[in-house]
Design a protein around this ligand. Structure first.
Ligand SMILES: Cc1ncc(COP(=O)(O)O)c(C=O)c1O
Length: 352
């Protein structure tokens, strides 16, 4: 006899297409990851830790929040580390909502918001992003009711890359003081968009960030939440004491000692490779969503064939349908050379 909650059985799992992803044989432009390995200093710190004979101990994080807080320009008491930002999203939704409450999750967006909302048996309202208007601010403001408990906004959004202005965020905070506004700044280092400086001012503002993307460490799973002290104290009551593994902490400490390694990569992606791809798409009349992140969601003719041609050339991208069911390809932007490699396949496909 099934003893789990009925609505949990009725859900479907979030299963990203991870099969066959091998950086030795493929250029991975399908998960918005960093396309170059981490620095030698990070690898060395991990190797040294493994050889230091401490793997049998439970993790201890000491003052890592202080280091992260310094990086973000907030206080240590306003930071909580999590097992990837996925865990932060889950904890924030669990701490904010009860079954039957309403969640506003603009669509399309990152799948975890929906998944976590469904686990809590929330009613999900989905205002839609559009190519012409971008972020559905009016739709969100209109959807706010007395039952709204969580509003999830990725800034910039995935898959469309849409950035959200501080003015729009301020309007939502003011319109829904009774709801948590989750601002997911997963791609912050690419976009430069943040409201971390507002956490003291707005008690309903909770931000998630990660070391998975720009910092290149998704395999180790380290994210963090930034919010006012009271919210962080409450979230610590929900998170387990050992949810983050020690190797993640070792790697992040080493990475943060040399931020230039990350910032140089970001500069190449955002200032060179991305404008080149945008120019190429514009020049060949391929529709794409304006993006503030390290990926572009574009709608070439015959996307299925192009996706296959890219795969045959050893390049993986991510097909994603829009609200009308048209398939677009979300292409992660890497270095200039990697982006040129992808554009060469585009050119062949277009016959130009
Ligand atoms: C918008 C957004 N938020 C969060 C995540 C998950 O990040 P993490 O690896 O920190 O769990 C992703 C991953 O693709 C994402 O696109």
């Amino acid at each position: 006899m099934a003893t789990f909650k009925k609505h949990i059985h009725a859900m479907s799992a979030y299963k990203p297409p991870l099969d066959g992803r091998d950086p030795a044989s493929h250029l991975l432009l399908d998960f918005n990851e960093r396309t170059l390995p981490v620095s030698e200093a990070v690898t060395q710190a991990l190797v040294e830790y493994i050889h230091a004979g401490r793997l049998q101990m439970y993790p201890a994080y000491a003052d890592v929040e202080t280091v992260i807080a310094e990086y973000c320009g907030v206080k240590a008491e306003q930071v909580m580390i999590t097992n990837g930002s996925d865990q932060g999203i889950d904890l924030i939704i669990r701490a904010s909502c009860s079954p039957g409450d309403e969640a506003i999750i603009p669509s399309p967006s990152f799948a975890m918001y929906h998944q976590c909302a469904k686990v809590e048996n929330l009613t999900v309202i989905e205002p839609t992003y559009t190519l012409s208007e971008g972020f559905p601010l009016a739709g969100i403001l209109k959807a706010i009711t007395s039952k709204t408990r969580i509003i999830c906004v990725a800034n910039p959004n995935n898959p469309c890359g849409t950035g959200v202005s501080r003015e729009a965020i301020a309007q939502i905070l003011a319109a829904a003081p009774h709801a948590t506004l989750l601002i997911d700044e997963c791609y912050f280092e690419y976009s430069g968009l943040t409201v971390c400086d507002w956490v003291e001012q707005y008690s309903n503002l909770v931000i998630t960030r990660t070391f998975s993307k720009t910092w290149g460490l998704p395999s180790l799973r380290l994210g963090f939440v930034v919010s006012c002290r009271e919210n962080i104290q409450a979230l610590l009551n929900v998170r387990g004491p050992y949810d983050i593994n020690q190797l993640a902490i070792v790697a992040i400490r080493a990475a943060l000692k040399n931020p230039a390694y990350t910032h140089d990569y970001v500069a190449e992606v955002m200032q060179k490779a991305k404008p080149a791809l945008e120019q190429f798409l514009t020049c060949h009349h391929i529709t794409f969503w304006p993006s503030s992140a390290n990926y572009i969601w574009c709608f070439p003719p015959n996307p299925k064939a192009l996706n296959e041609a890219l795969a045959a050339a050893g390049i993986l991208v991510r097909p994603k349908p829009n609200a009308q069911g048209e398939i677009g390809l979300r292409v992660t932007i890497g270095t200039v050379a990697q982006t040129e490699r992808a554009m060469a396949v585009f050119k062949q496909h277009l016959g130009v």
